[in-house]
Design a protein around this ligand. Structure first.
Ligand SMILES: *[C@@H]1O[C@H](CO)[C@@H](O)[C@H](O)[C@H]1NC(C)=O
Length: 335
């Protein structure tokens, strides 16, 4: 046998096996990274959603942070989701930008909020140094910070798909006005967007979780200022519907709202009231789909278990503005 399989050939084959697995690993690296979140002992999960917030405490950001702290305590939240536009006006200018402390660490100080903040990037974040927000150095400065462009958070009964929506919006490329966007890592754009859509499709098709929630900064359906972002309505919605996504959660419009779909169960929930509200800049929406709109500041809480999910919208005083729940067993929603 030794004659047929000299040691040298065996080692060489081994080398190819390594290269082969290395290649598979490389291919799988192109997919969204996965992270795990454990459930509470009773099999449930609770969290808050806030968007469009970083203004050094101004425009009621600090008041909202206090209310978030109290609701977070009451619900014993497991984490916070941020729907983007983390730092106004122009993101962070580097990992040492003190805005990070002034708009995040020093604002969200309540003990209940010292859980992981799962962030996505908004268009204002792209006006600064995007790589700073993605850097692990920020996690060293504040361990609750977590931000990647696109990723999956898996929590047994629910999968969260965080997607990077800013590069989908053509206007930022063709008509950037006085702004400069940090497109490092995004160009060539067509490949970046194709990969994102393909990877989202793949991640959704692999998901066996009872609930599927997609989070991105930009609006898809909104009665607010930005209304429909056509690129997302055209490219993203078919994927969401094909895979029975339950909810798309976004920021971008500085309000709170809930819009359903006449022809599917997909709901579009906006939590973009983390600081400056626009007030009065409302376009309107088909009343059959528009379930709730609040033209002011606030945030959302979500409690979820195998059978049911409950959403609550709060204003700056912590008052409940709207709530609804969706139950999976019977496939009917109740409000
Ligand atoms: C803060 O919230 C209150 C209550 O909604 C509102 O009246 C006030 O205008 C807000 N302040 C700012 C600066 O947005």
């Amino acid at each position: 046998m030794e004659a047929f399989f000299p040691k040298k050939i065996i080692t060489m084959n081994f080398k190819y096996v390594i290269i082969f697995f290395g290649y598979c690993f490389f291919l799988s690296c192109a997919e969204f990274p996965y992270f795990n979140q454990s459930l509470k002992d009773d099999g449930s999960l609770s969290f808050l959603v806030i968007g469009d917030w970083g203004r050094k405490g101004l425009y009621n950001q600090s008041e909202l942070a206090i209310q978030m702290g109290e609701i977070g305590e009451k619900l014993k939240i497991d984490f916070v989701i941020s729907s983007g536009d983390n730092f106004y006006e122009d993101g962070l200018n580097g990992v040492n930008d003190p805005t990070f402390q002034h708009s995040f660490t020093n604002i969200y100080k309540a003990p209940s909020l010292q859980k992981t903040w799962y962030n996505v990037l908004g268009n204002h974040d792209y006006r600064g140094d995007v790589e700073a927000q993605l850097s692990p150095i920020l996690r060293e400065k504040d361990k609750k910070w977590f931000c990647l462009r696109s990723y999956v958070l898996h929590a047994e009964i629910v999968d969260f798909f965080f997607i990077d929506t800013t590069p989908f919006v053509n206007d930022y490329f063709t008509n950037p006005k006085e702004h400069t966007y940090d497109w490092r890592g995004v160009l060539p754009k067509d490949k970046y967007l194709n990969d994102q859509l393909k990877d989202l499709d793949l991640a959704l098709s692999k998901s066996t979780a009872k609930w599927k929630i997609v989070i991105g900064h930009h609006t898809i359906k909104s009665a607010g200022h930005h209304g429909i972002i056509m690129e997302l309505a055209q490219q993203l919605v078919p994927i969401l519907e094909e895979h029975d996504v339950d909810f798309y959660i976004n920021g971008h419009d500085h309000c709170l709202q809930r819009i359903g779909s006449i022809d599917s169960k997909l709901e579009f929930l906006t939590s973009g009231g983390g600081s400056k509200a626009w007030r009065g800049d409302v376009k309107g929406w088909n009343q059959e789909e528009l379930k709730f709109y609040y033209d002011g500041q606030g945030f959302m809480s979500i409690e979820l278990n195998q059978k049911e999910v409950e959403f609550v919208y709060y204003d700056v005083f912590g008052n409940v503005l709207h709530k609804f729940s969706v139950s999976k067993d019977s496939c009917v929603s109740s409000q």
